[in-house]
Design a binder for this molecule. Structure first.
Ligand code: SF4
Ligand code: SF4
Length: 420
């Protein structure tokens, strides 16, 4: 028999289908928030070219436990879809900026709801309407003005090479080389990034690789700015880089940064720039037996798979081959590794949104990951993406794990074993 809950008084004992409805149930019912439920906003977002697949969600919830942002907050495509049904407008809401485009939800989604397309498409609209977090806006302006998100002088882009202690040829002088090394912004300017660039230059020299860098002619690949909604900036910079590449003769582009790898493999071809491009771990893994190692390292290490090298571009083995070839190094895996690796929080513009995210999550993704690395008993957290080294070094400090764990780029381990 139908029961009208409003007619039940708090002290009444009501039994429906054998279930006793308590006064607590009654109280909860009365205090339940009332939502306007509809599909107007959902339809508006799904009409944005690239964002169509948000409407394909059938609420199976497989994406929620694998979403790193849900691990430290309350997120995931399923929840975004639901909030859109409740009238939350993604174009103006903070929900839009939390996704790191890590791709773990797409890996498990049976309906191919694709946040890697949805996020940049909706963010582009939001950017055009002026809804963009201030710290991200500053990065867009820096990139536009200086050619890099750090706001550093473009004239200093190759200064790290002067102190490398080994030759780092510039393409402008060399004109042709087997390998064009695209260094990218963080490895050109950030103090820890510059150290990894010097280390890679030493290894390339030890292997007698015929290479050159663009130096001051190089500009940001801009993939993270694209994913953060600045497609116009991305296209402008891609066209400039493609023009610069066309001045020189080379066989392959070597990249330090998995985000540049992603841009050159998947986005530059759409603008006419087709290249044979390789990440430095993929390039070096088959060459490790050509290097001479003088030192035994005695490290227990764990390896963090970068989202844009692993899930986005399918490379999981090369970094592990390099680690396993180093004398005295024992590799232990974190439980979230390879396809199910956890995001450092830097992708999709997250690199520049730590302040914004602090208001929305209980801990940074990098902190969550560092704790997992410490649990393995490793002394060293090994990385191979320029965003990670600074993020994880900060997280080691903020989680009180100084002295327990150090963070090294894989190429730093190689030169340490070489003793150069
Ligand atoms: S896995 Fe896909 S279909 Fe399932 S809830 Fe998540 S987005 Fe929706
Ligand atoms: S791409 Fe990553 S961060 Fe974004 S919703 Fe999917 S799992 Fe979460």
């Amino acid at each position: 028999m139908p029961v009208d809950p409003k007619q039940i008084r708090a002290k009444d004992k009501v039994v429906v289908d054998g279930i006793e409805l308590t006064s607590e149930w009654n109280r909860m019912f009365d205090q339940r928030p009332v939502f306007d439920y509809g599909i107007d906003v959902l339809e508006k977002i799904a009409e944005i070219p690239g964002a169509e697949s948000i409407a394909w969600c059938y609420q199976c919830a497989q994406c929620v436990p694998v979403c790193p942002v849900n691990e430290v907050g309350d997120y995931g495509p399923r929840k975004i879809y639901r909030r859109l049904q409740f009238g939350i407008d993604l174009l103006t809401d903070d929900e839009l900026w939390k996704c790191t485009t890590c791709m773990n939800c797409l890996r498990v989604c049976p309906k191919d709801v694709n946040m890697i397309n949805i996020m940049p498409a909706v963010r582009e609209e939001a950017v055009m309407e002026g809804h963009v977090p201030a710290e991200l806006q500053e990065v867009f302006e820096n990139t536009f003005e200086y050619g890099n998100p750090l706001g550093e002088s473009p004239r200093k882009r190759a200064d790290w090479a002067k102190d490398a202690g080994v030759p780092v040829p510039i393409m402008k002088e060399k004109k042709e080389a087997d390998i064009l090394w695209f260094v990218e912004c963080y490895p050109s300017y950030h103090p820890r990034g510059k150290e990894t660039s010097v280390a890679l230059a030493k290894v390339l020299n030890a292997l007698n690789v015929d290479f050159g860098i663009l130096g001051t002619e190089e500009k940001c690949s801009c993939d993270s700015q694209r994913l953060a909604g600045e497609r116009g900036l991305f296209e402008e910079f891609a066209e400039e880089n493609i023009k610069t590449f066309s001045k020189y003769k080379f066989n392959k582009i070597l990249v330090t940064d998995p985000h540049a790898l992603n841009a050159f493999k998947k986005e530059y071809p759409k603008l006419g720039g087709e290249y044979d491009v390789v990440h430095y771990t993929t390039f070096l893994a088959p060459l490790m037996d050509k290097l001479e190692f003088k030192n035994t390292l005695n490290y227990k290490v764990t390896f963090h798979d970068p989202c844009y090298l692993g899930r986005h571009n399918g490379e999981y083995d090369a970094p592990r081959q390099i680690i396993n070839s180093l004398p005295g190094v024992e590799l232990v895996e974190m439980w979230r590794c390879r396809q199910n690796s956890f995001c450092c929080g830097g992708g999709g513009g997250g690199m520049w949104l730590d302040g914004f995210m602090a208001d929305h999550v209980k801990e940074r993704l990098s902190e969550n990951r560092v704790k997992e690395a410490v649990e393995t008993g490793a002394d060293v957290l090994v990385v191979c993406c320029p965003y990670e080294i600074s993020r994880f070094e900060d997280a080691v400090k903020s989680t009180g794990n100084e002295g327990k764990l150090i963070v090294k780029d894989i190429i730093e381990l190689v030169v340490e074993a070489m003793g150069v």
